[in-house]
Each structure stands twice: as C-alpha cells, then as structure tokens.
Design a protein around this ligand. Structure first.
Ligand code: GRF
Length: 199
C-alpha cells in the first residue's frame, strides 16, 4: 500500500512508520512526505530515507483554497491508499477532503473527544484528568472530530509536567499508529456512521 505522510515538525511518528515500512511484511511504503513549512526535522528524516518531499506554505497563496488545491494535487500525484496526518498543524479544506476524505487519518495526542486542538497534553494536565492518551481517527470537516480508529491510554502522574506527559503519550502514540496503519492497509476497513471496523 502507498502512504503519503503530512508533517509540520519533528516527525517522530513519521520515523516510526518509515522504520516499520522497512519490513516487507508490513505491507506499506511511504511514497512521499508533505509539509506546510520548510526546515523541519521531519523533512530531513524523509530525505534520509530517500522518500520524496513537497512543501506547500499557506502564506505563499492568496486564498486558503488555493493552498488546499496545491496540497491536494501534490498528494494525488502519489496515488496514496492512505494519507496520514502525523503532527500536521493545518486543517485541510473541502477539495482535499473531497479527494481523500475516505482515507485521510490523523493521530492526536489526547483521548478524544476530550482535549482537541494543538495543546492536548497541556489541556489534559490543566484539567486534572488521571488518564491521558492518543487517538487515531479518520478526518472529517471538524477539528479532531472524525470517526475513531483506535485509542491508547497512559496514566497522568502527580509530578508530570507538560513535557513528561507529552513524551509518555508520544511513546504509545507511535506504536498505535504503526500497528493501526499496518492493520488498515493489510485488512481494509469500513466506516458505518461513526463506527470504524477493521475486519
Ligand atoms: C504528535 O504527538 C501529534 O499527536 C501531535 O504532534 C505530535 C507530532 O510529533 N499533534 P512528531 O512530529 O511525529 O514527532
């Protein structure tokens, strides 16, 4: 199966996928990595793995829809079976969702529907919850609202800081992403209402 991964940052989730794809039994290859900004470590990880990259910056387009069209065209050119948002800090638009909405997934560092948005671990810590975690889901038109594929839980410890909780979540988040993507590409999936089933 062909994977396109979208990133905005360090790309440790991308690295976990690249490592998994090195085993032919995994059943997938990262065929391209896209970003919304230059100079991020994740792009270097792609280059080190000889995976082609592309960058589309919102500020290079007068209309957000033009950025969305450019992103859609680049992703489409790689004919992905699955598009994975892994720390990609942009909401895609209508054109992207029309093209890939049935196979665009995102990993989020909180237990949805709690703590959507870009500060999941910080918001969980401030709220005082005793467990936190990560959620993998199909992206719809909302912010972190789509049908859930998988979730994994970690404890929140009394002496946690934003950094320690973030790292504890990311550790299990990467494994969940690799495990679930492998199952999706090898076994397929159905979405009925909000219910995602992997046969
Ligand atoms: C992940 O924890 C993701 O949930 C959050 O950003 C992080 C990306 O990390 N939105 P990395 O770039 O894969 O290291």
């Amino acid at each position: 199966a062909r994977l396109v991964v979208l990133i905005s940052g360090s790309g440790s989730n991308l690295q976990a996928l690249l490592d998994a794809c090195a085993d032919p039994a995994y059943g997938a290859q990262v065929v391209a990595v896209g970003a919304d900004r230059d100079g991020v470590v994740g792009l270097d990880r792609a280059k080190s793995a000889n995976v082609p990259t592309f960058v589309h910056r919102v500020k290079d387009h007068t209309e957000r829809a033009d950025w969305d069209a450019a992103l859609t065209a680049s992703v489409a050119s790689y004919q992905p079976d699955l598009v994975i948002s892994a720390g990609f800090l942009k909401l895609v638009g209508e054109q992207f969702l029309a093209a890939f909405g049935d196979r665009y997934i995102n990993t989020h560092n909180a237990l949805l529907p709690g703590f959507p948005g870009i500060h999941g671990p910080r918001d969980a810590l401030e709220y005082g919850v005793k467990v936190a975690g990560a959620t993998l889901f199909f992206v719809d038109g909302g912010v972190d609202t789509g049908p859930i594929i998988a979730q994994v839980v970690v404890p929140v410890l009394d002496d946690d800081t934003e950094d320690t909780l973030t790292e504890r979540i990311k550790d299990v988040e990467r494994r969940q992403l690799v495990d679930s993507v492998g199952r999706l590409v090898r076994e397929g999936w159905t979405i009925t209402g909000r219910k995602v089933t992997i046969p």
